[in-house]
Design a protein around this ligand. Structure first.
Ligand SMILES: Cc1ncc(C[n+]2csc(CCOP(=O)(O)OP(=O)(O)O)c2C)c(N)n1
Ligand code: SF4
Ligand SMILES: [Mg+2]
Length: 352
């Protein structure tokens, strides 16, 4: 793969965060995506969120599949761990890595082709297992890398650049994630960074499977009239259910939200809070059934509902379900790994 590295030089007066890094320390290589691609804005939002939350880059593992979207982990968090897997297979590799070492922040980055077509089975099981991760689909409704075929998230009746009308019905990953048991479900738009950054921050602090569907226009193959994933279409049909602020536990909560319009939800184990200003009076993000029905009614009107759609503040993750050993595998010594023939006897006896 061709790539361009960025110069390492930092201006000495650049602001640093609580762990001593500048925002530039969270960048990666220079992007080779098309100018104006929504995916680059998502990388910028991820950089911003990780810098603001004082996450040490070496405590992050980025995993992706194949596609323009799956190339993006090369363009942010250059000092983090990374694994560019096979098309549609990122979730199983992420699950394995998470089981071996729960102490890292797992960022799964995927595309609508990668997750809703070839990887749909893997997507379904990683959500229902509750793997603690931030899973982002950079959703442009096409296979961008292979030059613009409809993906499984393309809307019925939408038009390709060549004028072909899509005869098939779409997979809605947000509805699927909700139904399958993800405990933090959101939808954002790459063109709305003010909404996207706190959505990512909330997902990072969430204690279970966090899924964010980000509508991310493909300027090369899906940004024309007739597309329902273009910048113009999403700007005209975007209906936000709430506005989110993320408050790390160390900060005092100050906000100009009127009290009656605000819901506060714990964000995770560390005492951080999510503050949501309701834009839809009847929207309660902790009510999964209501969330599913609001998403369906918006879709029936041709609207795209964005914001924090669902959160379960009391979520559990796969480690809790499996009651796993707390230490990461790379810290285990010979004693833990080879507990001796007596223990083997005991295990074998229990299986007879
Ligand atoms: C097993 C396998 N099948 C097919 C392909 C060809 N292929 C590469 S990327 C891609 C689709 C990518 O679409 P998406 O995940 O939506 O990413 P985007 O490029 O739109 O960001 C396909 C079908 C492949 N690389 N591997
Ligand atoms: S082809 Fe589309 S998805 Fe790929 S980099 Fe270009 S604009 Fe982005
Ligand atoms: Mg795509």
């Amino acid at each position: 793969m061709t790539y361009l590295t960025k110069p390492r030089w930092h201006h000495p007066t650049l602001a640093t965060n609580k762990v001593g890094y500048t925002r530039r320390d969270y960048e990666g290589k220079i992007s080779t995506l098309c100018a104006g691609c929504g995916h680059d804005s998502i990388s910028a939002a991820l950089i911003q969120a990780c810098w603001q939350l004082d996450i040490e880059p070496h405590r992050v593992a980025k995993l992706s599949g194949i596609g323009c979207s799956s190339k993006t982990p090369d363009y942010f968090l250059g000092a983090s761990h990374g694994f560019n897997t096979v098309h549609g297979r990122m979730p199983s590799v992420l699950t394995g890595a998470n089981l071996a070492n729960r102490d890292l922040l797992y960022l799964g980055v995927s595309g609508d082709g990668d997750s809703a077509s070839i990887g749909l089975g893997q997507f379904a099981h990683v959500m229902r297992r509750g793997v603690r991760m931030v899973y982002i689909v950079e959703n442009n409704g096409v296979y961008g890398l292979t030059k613009g075929q409809f993906s499984a998230t393309a809307d019925h009746g939408s038009r390709s650049k060549k004028g072909v009308v899509n005869p098939e019905h779409p997979v809605d990953l947000v509805t699927m994630a909700l139904q399958l048991g993800a405990t933090y479900v959101a939808r954002g738009f790459s063109g709305d960074k003010a909404q996207l950054v706190p959505l990512i921050e909330g997902a990072i602090r969430h204690g279970g499977a966090a899924f964010i569907d980000v509508i991310s226009p493909c300027v090369a193959f899906n940004n024309h009239a007739g597309s329902t994933k273009s910048y113009d279409y999403i700007r005209d049909h975007n209906e936000a259910v709430n506005r989110l602020d993320f408050w790390p536990s160390r900060d005092a909560i100050t906000s100009d939200y009127a009290p009656g319009e605000v819901i506060e939800v714990p964000a995770g184990a560390e005492g951080s809070m999510l503050r949501l200003r309701k834009l839809h009076a009847d929207y309660d993000p902790t009510d999964r059934i209501n969330a599913t029905s609001m998403i369906a009614s918006a879709a029936a009107k041709g609207e795209v509902l964005t914001g924090l759609l669902y959160v379960n503040p009391d979520s559990e993750d796969l480690h809790a379900h499996l009651n796993t050993y707390e230490a990461s595998f790379n810290t285990l010594g010979t004693k833990e790994l080879c507990p001796g023939s007596g223990m083997l006897e005991k295990i074998n006896a229990a299986l007879r």
